[in-house]
Write a protein that binds this ligand. Structure first.
Ligand code: PEP
Ligand code: MG
Length: 952
């Protein structure tokens, strides 16, 4: 975000020429820690390509794409030159704003900055300013204009009373970005003011984002408090922006022309009467922007110069935006559009010049506005939509590979459930009636969800349904539904449409984790619809069965009777979906992503699924089935035995102790992990703590979470990983530039070191929460010794302030370079914890989430085992301990090898603790060592698996 403060501004400087000014700016960026000294070359190269003069005495020097890697942190430095600096062509600059920004942020900065500039010429005021505060005022002081345009006027709306009109006005303001949720309530609490002639006025200052005025009229005349109700003005009030419109409104009413509003048949009439901006009725043309970095300074300049060549006005706006747009001749206005590649620009030109101007604009945009551009993919190669063949059911006797989502073997007849069909009328029987039906449905579903929360024996399920309850009560969702009800929609139509819109918005976030939350929204959506439509969601057969669905909503899984549902197969979905998490928590074997063919299976087709390997057999032969049943029985016996001994230590037959710890993401999971036999928490993924907050949690909030874990551990050690986010798993409140390859980009410790204040707060919270209990802190994704040292030094500095009695510092070994450097690192760290999930992906160069390759990303590959061996040997040579906290640690076949390679601690999902402990107890450490040594000589993961399976 562009945040200007006085410390960024140098006043009263003198530069003989532009180059000297650039050197001063480069220096300022470097001393502010925003860019390296080499960034100056970027500033110079950029000016050589074209001047960055913006107009109004302002220039905005910035680097080239080639020098972006010299940017350390996004920010700006401002220098005032009262005597002016010639920026070329006699253009005098009094304020230079040097920008250090990477890729997309650049455009956003420009957009914010140029929006701050008013229409008048600032150059004199900038030259004469004496204090930084005056410059700030000039740049930030532009008052927000009142939004008043076509999208804020709705005439002839179906409404039965004052309240319905009010909801509609509030909704218009919300949709235009003038108000957020809570505004409608504020409006409803206001005192309606009669303006005469059936016109009413309401305003609120609560939840206003920017000032705006909406006007709504009912389809048929209504009355309110004994007077006519022909139209309602709703004002989102902020500052003085509305004063002019209000004065115009009074003039119109005093002049006896209220009919301009109450009888208006077209929104233009209303806007014109209020003095708002009406888009001109000129010839227009919509064109896509092709430039890779959007309409940034260089192409914008080419565009403005082209427009200036015509002796008439040319306006431009982003397609879909309201209002008349901005002048295409103004560079600052063009930048303020913030247009990105692929967005449509709508040009309109005065009729006298349109014939010449519009084709010239088309040609210039297609040619790239001075830059080399690629056509948009959709245009270049939009293939004919593939003809969707009806899915074909897999044949009896066949096997297919799906994604393993929850372990265990399940056998049973298929119960294929297709999504419920709801039929309902679009129009309702009046706002009050529909509202009370919806209220009743919401109350009943809330009670259902509360029962699920209360009855859930597992913390993760409780949390999911608590989140569903919160979604159900979301005031923004309710407000939008209210607005639809106010237009006469039925409760079902209003609810379904809003839930679907919200789910689509969620999916559009292009973040797999957030997108999967769309399934949660649809899930609560269906619950409410089923209630409203009186649809009984289908019951289950009495025999234990395998549930087959397209995607399984969390409530589907949790509502299942575990005695009767043997397993779950979904046609779609990923292993991180909530349904998969719930299936794991409930211990129901599950496969996901088995393909749409599954939905075409005949009901009752026998299925055999293996939730460990991901293999599904359709109508298996009797021998296969019997074998699987025997294996399952053995596994069941093993599990029961292991569970009974879960609280005992894991020791090999010859007395080697291996610590078995838990991987957890939320502080609330600790007690359960201890109950399931955890000797420690071996990996607390703190990013989940951060993801649960709308903003980065402060020290106190974090301390509460960490104390909760340490309290529940009751003296057992806690290994915490510092925040591990980045391009692959961004935090919503920590926007990051898109990276072409986020797994190789700014993630883990790299990101933390770029934002040291966040790391420092986290470390302070950790140290402060320890209170003498054993705390181990480790840093994720360390690939270079300097990264470890920088992080360690920060802890040492804080230790001088906050006393900690029992602290160890270590790193995760997830990057091959760290494993290869383990002999060096081991001298400095207290421990290593090997993250085999990432170590495997980086060692084998296979994206861990790749839809087709990830099955080959096997941590038992001898290349990965060699890295583990090097790490363990290096650690022990320095007397340090080493753990494994990736998924490999809970793999039954991997345990003997990891123990044989010298791993001291295995950290696994809580449900696997007992089994891993049991597996350790079966081993002899000498034999395990010999087995590991042989595995290291093999040539593939398959050969290693075969070796271990044979010894079994
Ligand atoms: C790993 O990479 O093995 C690991 C434990 O970290 P994460 O899965 O959270 O990336
Ligand atoms: Mg990792």
């Amino acid at each position: 975000m562009l945040e200007l403060d006085a410390s960024q501004i140098q006043m009263g400087r003198v530069a003989a020429n532009k180059d000297e000014a650039l050197a001063m700016l480069g220096d300022a960026l470097a001393s502010a820690g925003l860019a390296t000294a080499a960034y100056l070359e970027g500033l110079r190269a950029r000016e050589a390509q074209g001047s960055t003069f913006l107009g109004q005495g302002i220039a905005i020097p910035h680097g080239t794409p080639q020098t972006r890697d010299q940017v350390l942190r996004t920010g700006v430095c401002l220098i005032q030159f009262p005597a002016g600096v010639d920026w070329g062509n006699g253009q005098l600059v009094h304020l230079a704003i040097a920008i250090a920004a990477q890729s997309d942020e650049h455009l956003h900065l420009l957009q914010l900055l140029t929006r701050a500039l008013g229409e008048g010429d600032l150059s004199q005021a900038l030259r004469e300013a004496r204090e930084p505060a005056q410059i700030l005022e000039l740049l930030q002081g532009a008052p927000q204009a009142l939004a008043l345009d076509g999208q804020l006027v709705a005439l002839g709306q179906p409404a039965e009373d004052f309240d319905e009109l009010l909801w509609q006005g509030a909704r218009l303001l919300r949709q235009a970005g003038c108000a957020s949720s809570g505004f409608a309530l504020g409006l409803a609490r206001g005192e309606p003011l009669p303006l005469g002639d059936g016109l009413w006025w309401l305003h609120s200052e609560a939840s206003v984002e920017r000032p705006g005025l909406a006007f709504v009229t009912p389809a048929q005349p209504l009355s309110f408090r004994g007077e006519a109700l022909r139209g309602l003005f709703c004002l989102a009030s902020q500052g003085e922006a509305h004063r002019q419109a209000l004065e115009r409104l009074c003039d119109v009413l005093i002049g006896g022309r209220a009919a301009a509003f109450s009888e208006a048949s077209d929104s233009r009439q209303v806007i014109e009467a209020l003095g708002g901006e009406v888009p001109p009725d000129w010839p227009s043309l919509a064109l896509p922007l092709l430039n890779a970095h959007g309409l940034h300074a260089r192409p914008a300049k080419v565009l403005s110069e082209l427009a200036q060549g015509f002796a008439g006005e040319i306006r431009v706006r982003l397609q879909g935006d309201a209002g008349a747009g901005v002048s295409a001749k103004s560079l600052s206005r063009l930048l303020a559009l913030g247009a990105r590649r692929g967005q449509m620009l709508e040009f309109s030109a005065e009729p006298g010049i349109a014939d010449a101007a519009l084709p010239a604009l088309r040609a210039a945009l297609e040619a790239g506005l001075g830059e080399t551009v690629e056509p948009l993919h959709e245009e270049a190669s939009a293939p004919a939509a593939p003809v969707q063949a009806a899915p074909v059911a897999p044949l009896a006797g066949s096997s297919l590979q799906a994604v393993a989502a929850s372990p265990g073997i399940a056998i049973g007849p298929a119960l294929v459930r297709t999504p419920p069909v709801f039929t309902f009328a679009e129009r309702g029987q009046g706002g009050d009636h529909e509202r009370s039906r919806l209220d009743e449905a919401l109350r009943s579903v809330a009670a259902q969800l509360q029962r699920l929360v209360d009855g859930a024996g597992v913390a993760s399920i409780r949390e999911i349904f608590s989140a569903h309850l919160a979604m159900l009560a979301d005031p923004a969702l309710r407000e939008d539904v209210e607005a639809r009800l106010a237009t006469g929609a039925s409760a079902e139509a209003a609810w379904q449409q809003e839930v679907e819109d919200a789910a689509r918005r969620q999916e559009a976030l292009h973040d797999p984790l957030l997108a999967e939350r769309a399934a949660d929204l649809r899930d609560i959506g269906n619950r409410v619809l089923a209630h409203l439509c009186g649809v009984e969601l289908p019951g289950e057969p009495s025999e234990p069965y395998i549930l087959v669905m397209s995607e399984v909503g969390p409530s589907d899984v949790a509502a299942l009777d575990r005695q009767r549902v043997a397993g779950i197969v979904t046609a779609r979905g990923g292993a991180t979906a909530h349904s998969a998490i719930i299936a794991r928590a409930l211990g129901i074997p599950a496969l996901v992503g088995a393909g749409d063919g599954m939905l075409a299976l005949a009901q009752g087709t026998p299925l055999l699924l293996d939730g460990d390997s991901g293999l599904l057999r359709v109508a298996p032969a009797a021998a296969e089935r019997d074998q699987a049943l025997r294996e399952r029985e053995q596994a069941q016996r093993r599990r029961e035995q292991a569970h009974a001994e879960r609280l005992q230590a894991a020791q090999t037959r010859d007395g080697l102790r291996v610590e078995v710890a838990a991987n957890i993401g939320a502080s609330g999971e600790t007690a359960e992990a201890v109950e399931l036999g955890a000797d420690a928490v071996g990996l607390l993924r703190t990013e989940l703590v951060f993801m649960e907050h709308a903003q980065a949690p402060d020290q106190a909030a974090q301390e509460r979470e960490y104390r909760r874990v340490l309290d529940a551990l009751d003296g057992r050690p806690l290994v915490v990983r510092t925040l591990d986010v980045g391009g692959d798993k961004p935090l919503p409140y920590w926007p990051m530039p898109a990276e072409e390859n986020p797994f190789l980009g700014v993630r883990g410790i790299r990101l933390s070191l770029q934002r040291p204040e966040i790391l420092e707060t986290q470390l302070r919270a950790l140290l402060a929460s320890a209170d003498g209990r054993p705390l181990r802190i480790m840093f994720p994704m360390v690939g270079a010794v300097e990264e470890w040292r920088a992080a360690r030094d920060m802890v040492q500095r804080l230790r001088a302030e906050i006393e900690v009695a029992d602290l160890q510092l270590g790193i995760m070994i997830e990057v091959p370079s760290a494993a290869l450097l383990a002999p060096v690192l081991a001298r400095e760290v207290d421990f290593f914890s090997i993250g085999t999930n990432d170590l495997t992906q980086y060692c084998l160069a296979i994206d861990r989430g790749h839809p087709t390759l990830s099955a080959q990303a096997d941590g038992l590959h001898p290349a990965v085992l060699r890295l583990i061996e090097m790490t363990a040997t290096a650690a022990h040579a320095e007397g340090k301990w080493v753990g494994v906290c990736g998924e490999l640690a809970s793999d039954r076949l991997a345990v003997p090898l990891l123990v044989g390679l010298g791993v001291d601690e295995l950290s696994v999902t809580p449900r696997s603790i007992a089994l891993v402990k049991a597996r350790v107890r079966e081993l002899d450490s000498q034999q395990a060592r010999a087995l590991a040594a042989r595995a290291l000589t093999l040539d593939s993961a398959g050969a290693v698996r075969a070796l271990v399976a044979e010894m079994h």
